[in-house]
Design a protein around this ligand. Structure first.
Ligand code: GLA
Length: 381
């Protein structure tokens, strides 16, 4: 729907012909903080995306972020950009191509997105993914979809500084409408699982907040998990991630581990099991059983992994008590963003109303809500 708009805006503001690409945001049914631990995740692409109009630049590059109302010419790029400035997402992708031996010529880019920023729907991964996909298509670099996801992840890790896993970019690039992606982040093998949800929809409540320390706390969690892996490596075990650490290995190591590291690792092992249990329940259409796994996931994220916050806990608590809600939990990295809820369609309105009112009473602001519809992965329009 944005294709004509993007082409016209590009022509007016930058000039010349542009090709148009898109890559979606994502939800994650279950499997949080498991991706960088080599574990399982179950994301799906949504019908909100990051759109890119891209064309060759004859001289200086012009970059426009429409939603932020910013236009930057690379020749007079402001110095000391913060690491999460949108320019860094583009630079990061470009750099990852260069590292692989492909120098990307000067290009102009116009970006427009309808993925809410900071809602935990991976708007930044969608931006990195659409740029990687576009470079690969235009310059014929021939990278696989998996390699493109790795390139996008590298941009985030090295340029933005968030040591995230591969889930968000993988989902953005591989997404398939009406399907979730069951991904093993160790082997990177995956399968599409049909999301047949008769009479049930996925409802997201957005806390509309993102805590300042979210990314340092995220990197710290990752470090705590890696401590456990390093313990086993020092014992000579062939372990690369927590996925290679069994429950009995974890228990054996317990006396030698910092209790916090033990607690984090224990959560990750449980969460991997919950993803498998959720996927099995989902395939049988047993959404009640799937929802029970979501409750376990939230409790673990809150009490053991400690990445929730009062606002997320409140949304989950209030939603879970309501008729028609089969499952509810925080989604994504934590410290803000959204909760994901499985809700019976006939009770949807009531659930939205009651939960929103209770949140407003507790925190003074109305949460946003979205009914998530699945969408396809990165493509050229
Ligand atoms: C963020 C990261 C992902 C993943 C989730 C938590 O979205 O970008 O890689 O770790 O948090 O599951």
């Amino acid at each position: 729907m944005y294709k004509n708009w993007l082409q016209e805006f590009y022509q007016r503001e930058i000039g010349g012909e542009a090709r148009i690409f898109q890559s979606p945001g994502r939800i994650n049914l279950i499997g949080e903080h498991t991706d960088y631990n080599g574990g399982y995740v179950l994301p799906a692409g949504i019908d909100k995306a990051c759109y890119l109009a891209i064309g060759e630049a004859s001289g200086d590059c012009t970059l426009i972020a429409y939603d932020l109302n910013e236009k930057i010419s690379l020749n007079n790029c402001p110095p000391n950009l913060s690491s999460n400035h949108w320019i860094n997402y583009l630079m990061g992708v470009r750099h990852a191509f260069e590292k692989r031996g492909f120098k990307i010529p000067h290009v102009n880019m116009l970006i427009r997105s309808d993925i809410p920023i900071g809602a935990g729907l991976s708007s930044s991964a969608a931006l990195e993914s659409v740029v990687a996909y576009a470079f690969n298509t235009i310059y014929g670099t021939g990278f696989s979809q998996l390699e493109l996801a790795k390139i996008a992840q590298e941009a985030e890790n090295d340029y933005v500084g968030l040591k995230c896993g591969i889930m968000d970019m993988f989902a953005s690039i591989h997404a398939k409408k009406d399907h979730a992606i069951q991904l093993d982040c160790r082997s990177l093998e995956f399968q599409y699982v049909p999301l047949q949800m008769d009479g049930i929809s996925i409802l997201l409540f957005d806390t509309c907040l993102k805590h300042e320390l979210a990314s340092s706390a995220y990197n710290q969690r990752r470090e705590e998990c890696e401590t456990v892996v390093r313990y086993w490596q020092a014992q000579g075990a062939n372990a690369t991630t927590l996925r290679d650490v069994s429950r009995s290995m974890l228990m054996e190591a317990r006396p030698h581990l910092d209790p916090i590291c033990f607690q984090r690792a224990s959560f990750v092992l449980d969460e991997n099991e919950r993803v498998m249990a959720f996927a099995a329940a989902m395939q049988q259409g047993n959404w009640k059983a799937a929802g029970a796994q979501m409750a376990g996931s939230h409790a673990g994220l809150r009490d053991e992994y400690e990445v929730s916050c009062p606002e997320l806990d409140h949304l989950v608590k209030v939603a879970s008590q309501q008729e028609g809600v089969l499952g509810s939990r925080m989604m994504g990295g934590g410290f803000g963003g959204c909760t994901i809820n499985l809700v019976k369609n006939e009770l949807m309105e009531q659930v939205i109303e009651k939960t929103s009112a209770s949140y407003k009473k507790a925190f003074g602001v109305e949460p946003k809500h979205y009914i998530a519809t699945t969408g396809d992965g990165a493509c050229e329009l």
